[in-house]
Design a protein around this ligand. Structure first.
Ligand code: GLY
Length: 558
């Protein structure tokens, strides 16, 4: 649908976002998918056109992204899915990777010294994958088409090949040095050592065969039999510790979403082992006490208040959050309006407060997750974020299996007592233990209005995920942005420590930056922050916003 410039101007006045910042959103009536790959979004819509629902589409898109978007789309990683059906209670599916049975808190030490290589770039950094089990659990609960039909498009893409895009070719060039020590990885991602070039057709026959086993046998096609044998053989070859028992024992979990409200809208997001939902609700509760719409998008006052909310929520995140099956957490308090009011009492509206580094900081998490949003004709909604941790995960392709393994164990803390000023963490809530899930920031989120789905949002980006999701929500609810504008507008990030506001380049005025600095904030410019994928439901019309910060993303609808 085309919007005339006069209408755009009027919308700008109503929406209170800067005139130049309003973007056209894609619109459709029945169903929509927004993902990091346009062809995978189209796979989801084709499933819905055949009568599939949002869960069917999400399963098909997730498997398709494992073929088209190898930086983060996966079967060898893990993630989270928040589902809001048009009927029944919402459910959060937790398919985060787990620590293998032989894990222990000191596993990243070599001769008593912390080893980054061991923690992030070795076979020991591979967690037991959760994606296949999680997608299957969600499908068992709410899918409607046969399981195998949902894998068929991905198998076809892997077998017949996909066209390598400019973005994929560039990213492969970047990762190839890291893959050199793994022959199966080089074989998969090059033509006998020559990087895949944009425009060529890339076939993945081993991945197609693995997907076919999963199509035929469900999770047993991954966690048992040939695929499990191939994973365990690679672990033994490379000094990893994942066993057949670890794989056969993996279980995805249903959890109750974290719930909050913001100016009359209901917010559902991912509970621990994600830190995202709790932090988003805490920040929204704090910010509800201020009139951000009156302060305006990008004003020094709005950015100051957002920063102070971020600082406080990230400090709590660092202090309290971990795997709920291993750690006690004060979740009710952290997400309460009363606690937010207490925190507001500590915010000076004119002056930056101060993050104290004396206790602990927070480990870095990778930027390479991927998120997609799905809404179907019955207004069932799926918000799904999954990851391999680093871009291309561990960079280890399972020989004969054709898929990448994650390096998610790097999201556990470094070791007991290892907290230091370089950012190493030694606090206990997130130390490696057998079967434990490592803390995450992934925050698939759904916002409801009057009991119906209004917004489906999420983003990749490690720690920045939480703040990116927060800002897409504020952009829509406080500043009246449409779905595309909500993702296009500039973003900031503050995570308590280091005590600095990261701001996207050219996104905010120099005057605003000077005012923030005068209040005591330290500012650093960054190129970009995350890529959000948003669907809004407005008067029955689906509106998609796909982030232009990424290479291949796309909205598909019908
Ligand atoms: N690996 C990134 C995250 O889970 O937040």
């Amino acid at each position: 649908m085309k919007i005339t410039s006069a209408l755009l101007f009027l919308l700008c006045l109503v929406w209170q976002v800067p005139a130049g910042a309003v973007s056209n959103a894609e619109r459709s009536e029945h169903g929509m998918v927004v993902s990091a790959n346009a062809a995978s979004s189209a796979v989801g819509v084709a499933i819905m056109k055949r009568g599939g629902n949002a869960i069917d589409a999400a399963v098909a898109v997730a498997f398709s992204l494992a073929v088209t978007h190898p930086t983060a789309g996966n079967i060898g990683g893990g993630g989270f899915l928040v589902y809001q059906g048009s009927e029944g209670s919402p459910v959060a599916y937790d398919f985060r990777e787990t620590a293998p049975g032989a894990s222990h808190p000191e596993m990243w030490l070599v001769d008593g010294q912390y080893s980054y290589e061991r923690h992030h770039l070795s076979h020991l950094s591979v967690g037991v994958p959760g994606t296949v089990a999680g997608l299957y659990l969600a499908w068992q609960d709410a899918g409607s088409l046969p399981w195998a039909d949902l894998l068929a498009p991905a198998i076809e893409q892997a077998k017949k090949g996909i066209v390598v895009t400019d973005g994929l070719a560039r990213s492969l060039e970047h990762v190839l040095p890291r893959m050199q020590k793994y022959p199966a990885s080089v074989a998969k991602f090059t033509n006998e050592g020559t990087p895949l070039a944009a425009g060529e057709v890339w076939r993945q026959p081993d991945l197609a065969a693995t997907l076919k086993r999963i199509a035929d046998k469900g999770p047993d096609g991954f966690y048992r039999g040939r695929t499990a044998d191939l994973i365990v053989a690679e672990m033994q070859r490379g000094g990893g510790i994942i066993t057949h028992e670890d794989l056969a024992g993996y279980a995805a979990k249903r959890r109750a979403p974290v719930r909050g409200s913001y100016r009359g809208y209901d917010v559902l997001s991912m509970p621990p082992p994600s830190s995202g939902g709790v932090a988003i609700v805490e920040m929204l509760n704090i910010l509800e006490g201020y009139d951000l719409a009156a302060s305006g998008f990008g004003s020094a006052r709005s950015l100051h208040l957002m920063t102070e909310a971020m600082r406080r929520a990230y400090a709590d995140r660092a202090r309290y959050l971990g795997d709920p099956d291993y750690v006690e957490m004060p979740l009710a308090r952290l997400t309460s309006k009363d606690y937010a009011a207490e925190l507001r009492g500590t915010i000076d509206p004119e002056k930056a407060s101060f993050s104290s580094p004396e206790s602990f900081t927070w480990p870095a998490e990778s930027k390479q997750t991927t998120h997609f949003s799905v809404v179907d004709k019955d207004r069932n909604a799926v918000s799904l974020t999954y990851t391999l941790e680093y871009s291309y995960g561990s960079a280890i392709v399972v020989p004969g299996g054709g898929f990448l393994l994650n390096n998610e164990m790097g999201d556990f803390n470094a070791g007991p007592g290892l907290t230091d000023s370089t950012g190493l963490i030694g606090t206990s809530a997130n130390l490696a233990e057998p079967g434990k899930r490592m803390l995450s920031s992934m925050s698939p989120t759904i916002v409801n209005r009057d009991g119906e789905v209004f917004m489906v949002t999420g983003t990749p980006g490690g720690r920045t995920i939480i703040n990116t999701v927060l800002q897409t929500i504020l952009n829509v609810i406080d500043h009246g942005a449409n779905a595309q504008t909500a993702v296009d507008l500039g973003r900031i990030h503050h995570q308590w420590l280091p005590d600095v506001i990261e701001m996207e380049k050219l996104a905010f005025s120099p005057d605003t930056i000077r005012m923030l600095e005068a209040q005591g904030h330290r500012i650093e410019e960054i190129d970009d922050q995350g890529v959000a994928e948003v669907i809004l439901v407005n008067d029955g019309v689906l509106e998609g916003g796909v982030d232009r910060r990424q290479w291949d993303g796309g909205v598909a609808g019908y």
